[in-house]
Ligand binder design. Sequence first.
Ligand code: FAD
Length: 592
Amino acid sequence: MPSLWSWLLASRSSAAAASRSLSRVRPTDPEWPTQASWDQLGQKISGKLIKVQSPLAECVQAPSSPNSLHIFKELKNPYYLGDEVGLTQSLGWVDAWTSRPSVYAVAAESTADVVAAVNFARENNLRLVVKGGGHSYQGTSNAPDSFLIWTRKMNAITLHDAFVGAGCDGQHAPQEAVTVGPGAIWGQTYKAVTTKGGRYVQGGGCMTVGVAGLIQSGGFGSFSKAYGMAAASLLEAEIVTADGAVRIANACTNPDLFWGLKGGGGGSLGVVTRLTLQTHSLPEFFGAVFTTIKAMSAGAFRQLIGKVIEFYCKSLFNPHWGEQIAFRPGNVLAISMVFQGLDQQQAETIWRPFFEWLAASPEDFSIVAEPKIMALPARQFWNPEFLKKVPGLVLADDRPGAPEANIFWAGNLGETGQVLHGYQSAWIPASLLQEVQQKNLADALFAAAQHWRVTFHLNKGLAGASPEAIAAASDTAMNPLVLDAFALIISGAEGPPAYPGVPGHEPDLVTGRQDADAIEKAMNEVRKLLPNTGSYLAESNFFDQAWQESFWGSNYPRLLAVKEKYDPDGLFFVHHGVGSERWSPDGFIRSM
Ligand SMILES: Cc1cc2nc3c(=O)[nH]c(=O)nc-3n(C[C@H](O)[C@H](O)[C@H](O)COP(=O)(O)OP(=O)(O)OC[C@H]3O[C@@H](n4cnc5c(N)ncnc54)[C@H](O)[C@@H]3O)c2cc1C
């Protein structure tokens, strides 16, 4: 059923559409650029044009060849995936999308390369795709028959002591900041800012996610309850818009575009070629608390859920704490929380009452993974040398000659090269933490966990955050519901690397659909409490029909106006991106 937004747009834009090109060209169309045109583009950008070939093509043709076996092994290495122009971090999503290589790509090294590519795409009416870290769950950094701008090589990082945005002289005080190229990933950025620079920048949890993609989709990291949404720390961006112009966007110059870039969604407003982010002083310690508990009966599990909500509300609902509490089938509760600004002893004191409560009922609760509480100097938190010494915490890029700093959290391995089976999320308002509501919340979580695991990501909602974090997030395009949510609840499932046409490695459609069904049932239990909640596009359901409302809520009309101003013809299209309701699902045919 068309959404309200589609209907409104249809009535507004039917006249305008008549004067526009209604479909983009594919390689099979006579209008596809000639070889001479491609060669000319290649010369203009000094040979940075690539004819894209996915390594998976070889796996389809010769699945048992040594090279194919090697490729399948490397599909579990996020750095390999990131360095391959024809691959993405997820290989697909059952019944949603499959990772497909573009026909040509520009491996951009400068803003001028990006300008040349944007102009070429517009002049030749091509389906344009932008890829940074390649982590989109929605499959928005790949498309068949497309032309790709790939920013991987634009990864310079520079720290500033006193940054003032262009045009902001006299209006904004100088502040400490970091400027990052659009191809940089968070691991590289943390190394420069925290390990080397002794400062803090708000990014995401996964070290191989791209900075530009995460900032434009809102972005949350473990410590977002203290430092806010990552997008809210954007001070300035350089962006190439659909007309080929290089624009600065900050609070003083093109402020409408600046606002739209903060959570308005990647790949929709232009190609970001540089980002400057606010940095903060580091606290003395970061730390983590891990444990897994199994309740011995359904009744005990329900009691445990009630207790953990009460404990969270009383002791952890503040800027010190973030990350996850998972509720799993089999009456299992898994805690993986992180903290900032507390030392070991303070963290232990906070958790003691909870662990004492558990210990008092050994007949009801068994500890599957013994509680671990550890604080470490904040500067070591992303230091590859330090992390490699902690058993089981990180894995390394195993390719010969790979940089020593190429590490990733072992906890992200399951998502590397995955085929998603299902994924849904919803913000949980802080009103459900009120004493009278806690019972309803616990009942819903208990019912949900009978179907599939559901996990509170307590750093992906800003209720309980610092006032500065909330104020900064309210000046972004994100759905304002994020300000009142204490958590994002996520339910997901995935299978190992698989690709259609590779014998023995085909996506498991049967299991995929069963898992998706179980996720739907689990999330329906949560939605009974929250019929009108939202989510954010980076970690959300591909099939969400009400995506405009979910991702941007009351901000959608303003975001659409920014889109219309800077990209009226829709050169930039992504699935469920602003303005995408005007296009066919593959982004080739303009429907209104
Ligand atoms: C394993 C994993 C862990 C994650 N953890 C977190 C987390 O902790 N917190 C969080 O907030 N999110 C998280 N995410 C979601 C992630 O932030 C988003 O998927 C993000 O958009 C990825 O950015 P990317 O550059 O890596 O991906 P890409 O797929 O390259 O890009 C994502 C989108 O942004 C666009 N884009 C990329 N670069 C540019 C550019 N320079 N200019 C314009 N558009 C651009 C692309 O076209 C695409 O539409 C995670 C995702 C994965 C797969």
